[in-house]
Design a protein around this ligand. Structure first.
Ligand code: AMP
Ligand code: MG
Length: 320
């Protein structure tokens, strides 16, 4: 597709306003062909933390990075021949591809929940594409509703669910597809269907030459796919992680929260949204052979604290 402006019902000055809101770390709800998305800068840990906070998500599900071209996707992930073939057939459209993260990928570690893969999609909606182009960076965008609520397919649904939490809502009328995208994982030896959605299995089969496998239900088994939310799937540091630590053993790194001494501090002021933004990058930074372990100060369950503690419990769980 060319970068020529597409016919789009949103006036150019409103798109410019939305793009500058995104550049400041703000959130913009926008229509796609599937459902309305709650968009934020996918390269910014703090914008992604704001998305999780607005949705009230109890855990950090990895988010899809939305792009406006195949070339933009190929700058984020290893976009191999199979991905090329699927994108040629289904993009723009409701097919999300999970691909290996490029080492120089700018996508926030929080957006991928610390996984070394990234989910990418090019939506088939003129407003979504115009917004991504105006912003010039990928947009992380889960459905624009409170966690656990029904996905929004009109701007009014978004306003009801998240009205006070979002900087701007771009109204594109009702969504054409109305269900989320199909999510296909191409990081393993065979394509895996992680989520059925807007592209039918039969259509995928026609391009793949075989029916994509479903992830095995035994989460954590050595052969199980790295599906999100499963214990084995998430980035766990090499070092042991000790939670609710009021002290530090010799050699341990301290991951702080709130005032007090720490090797690194998730949020000196005790702000859970700031802490969420720092979580994955600080865990990585402390995972060094010159420390014996990572001691994490207590973090209250308030706000994103619940999701942070969910994630930390996985990091601290006994290793298989
Ligand atoms: P939503 O943002 O609500 O449309 O959901 C995004 C979907 O993509 C969820 O099913 C995620 O678990 C899945 N997803 C996003 N990123 C990844 C990834 N890196 N690996 C596997 N699944 C992913
Ligand atoms: Mg959703």
């Amino acid at each position: 597709m060319s970068d020529a402006p597409l016919p789009c019902s949103i006036p150019p000055d409103r798109l410019t306003e939305a793009a500058s809101l995104l550049a400041q770390g703000g959130l913009v709800a926008f229509p796609t062909e599937t459902v309305y998305g709650l968009g934020g800068d996918a390269t910014s840990d703090s914008a992604v933390a704001a998305i999780f906070a607005a949705k009230g998500r109890p855990s950090f599900n990895p988010l899809i990075s939305h792009v406006a071209s195949v070339e933009a996707a190929a700058a984020l992930v290893e976009f191999g021949p199979l991905a090329q073939a699927l994108a040629a057939r289904f993009w723009p459209g409701p097919l999300t591809l999970v691909l290996p993260r490029r080492s120089d990928s700018p996508i926030s570690l929080l957006a991928t929940a610390g996984l070394d893969s990234i989910a990418v999609r090019m939506p088939d909606h003129p407003i979504a594409l115009a917004l991504i182009r105006a912003f010039g960076r990928p947009l992380a965008a889960p459905s624009a509703n409170r966690s656990g609520a029904v996905s929004p397919t009109t701007a009014a649904h978004v306003a009801q669910s998240l009205g006070d939490k979002v900087g701007m809502i771009l109204d594109g009328g009702p969504c054409r597809v109305g269900v989320e995208s199909t999510v296909l994982d191409l990081t393993g030896p065979v394509p895996l269907l992680l989520r059925p959605g807007g592209i039918a299995l039969e259509e995928l089969e026609a391009v793949l030459g075989t029916r994509p496998a479903r992830p095995s239900p035994e989460a954590g088994s050595p052969t199980a796919p790295r599906a999100p939310g499963m214990l084995s799937s998430h980035y766990a540091p090499t070092l042991p992680v000790r939670l609710d630590a009021s002290d530090a053993a010799p050699g341990e790194a301290v991951l702080g929260f709130g005032p007090g001494d720490a090797t690194l501090n998730l949020s000196p002021s005790g702000d859970p949204t700031e802490a969420a933004a720092n979580l994955f990058s600080m865990l990585r930074a402390l995972d060094r052979p010159d420390f014996t372990g990572i001691a994490v100060r207590p973090i209250p369950d308030a706000g994103l604290g619940l999701a942070i503690n969910d994630r930390l419990r996985r990091a601290a769980a006994p290793r298989g």
